[in-house]
Design a protein around this ligand. Structure first.
Ligand code: ADP
Ligand code: TZP
Ligand code: MG
Length: 272
């Protein structure tokens, strides 16, 4: 039987239900900041997280996992080589893999790392608007960015996102107040979310891990990316309704994800 279940064939609610039903193992090569939130977020939706980045084991791990995510947020050269080996193994085994090019416009090292990985047939690239612009080849002036944070709205980089999708073969998900997802041609938008998601570090990184879980159960990467955005956005809205600030929001976000009802998710999705 295939590692991938491909059960989800309807809306975001079906994708969430498929994650809960199958509990996909998602391997993450992610940054030190994000490891905790990303792992807890995957557990909250019913997936199984594993953080594994040692060069000695990454390829073996990919053979076990239903999806791989690679996040370049605190890379060193040895992590990069392990990530390259993991990505190659994912492609060889037909395992969906998601790239998060954290802060790739900030330094030459980050841009080189993210660009090398973007050429390795990721299934989905998920980043904020400044990251996607930088990875598409925009100048530092045009891509903006402040370290790992964006200074642009997602729609401002639509053409760069399209170009990146066409050049990489990946579906590109750009996050912001209104998120967009493109394969270079079609464009989907997701308007769910809350400003407090930008006040908790690694919310975007954790979303990338969730996108891996969605890709594990949903064959269509456009829909997998969209559904992960809806799940995160709706949970963010529900968490914000009970939070007193970023600290309680972080806890409420995990609770909201755990308690999300698939049937209601489709009703609360805002897909303009
Ligand atoms: N201004 C905003 N209003 C509502 N939701 C937002 C806003 N900015 C980002 N988000 C949401 O926060 C999550 C993380 O996105 P983002 O902050 O762009 O990524 P990153 O943390 O990688 O910079 C996404 O689910 C996105 O939809
Ligand atoms: C602060 C920071 N520094 C390096 S990685 C990281 C986390 C970034 O998380 P996100 O991309 O979700 O904002
Ligand atoms: Mg990020």
């Amino acid at each position: 039987m295939s590692k991938q279940s491909f059960l989800a064939d309807q809306g975001p609610g079906a994708t969430l239900a498929a994650i809960r039903d199958t509990g996909p193992l998602v391997q993450n090569i992610t940054n030190f900041v994000a490891m905790d939130l990303a792992a807890n977020l995957l557990l909250s939706v019913g997936a199984s997280p594993a953080m594994a980045h040692a060069g000695e084991e990454v390829e073996e791990f990919v053979t076990l996992a239903s999806a791989l995510t690679i996040n370049t947020g605190t890379f060193t050269s040895d992590w990069l080589e392990a990530a390259v080996a993991a990505a190659a193994q994912a492609v060889a085994t037909g395992t969906p893999w998601v790239l998060d090019p954290v802060g790739c416009g900030a330094t030459k090292f980050r841009l080189a790392n993210a660009s090398r990985l973007a050429k390795m047939r990721p299934t989905i690239i998920r980043g904020n608007a400044s990251e996607i612009a930088a990875l598409s080849g925009a100048s530092a002036q045009d891509s903006g960015g402040k370290g790992v944070d964006s200074t642009l709205a997602a729609d401002a980089v639509l053409e760069q996102a399209r170009r990146l999708a066409l050049n990489s073969g990946a579906v590109v998900a750009v996050t912001g107040e209104v998120d967009l997802v493109t394969d270079g041609d079609a464009v989907l938008r997701v308007a769910n979310g809350h400003m407090l998601l930008t006040r908790v570090t690694a919310a975007g990184c954790a979303l990338t891990a969730l996108t891996g879980a969605a890709a594990a159960v949903c064959k269509d990467p456009m829909r997998a990316a969209r559904d992960a955005l809806v799940i995160m956005g709706v949970a963010g809205e529900r968490a914000a309704a009970v939070a007193r600030g970023p600290g309680s929001f972080r806890v409420a976000l995990l609770d909201a994800l755990y308690n999300l009802e698939s049937a209601q998710l489709d009703e609360e999705a805002r897909l303009p």
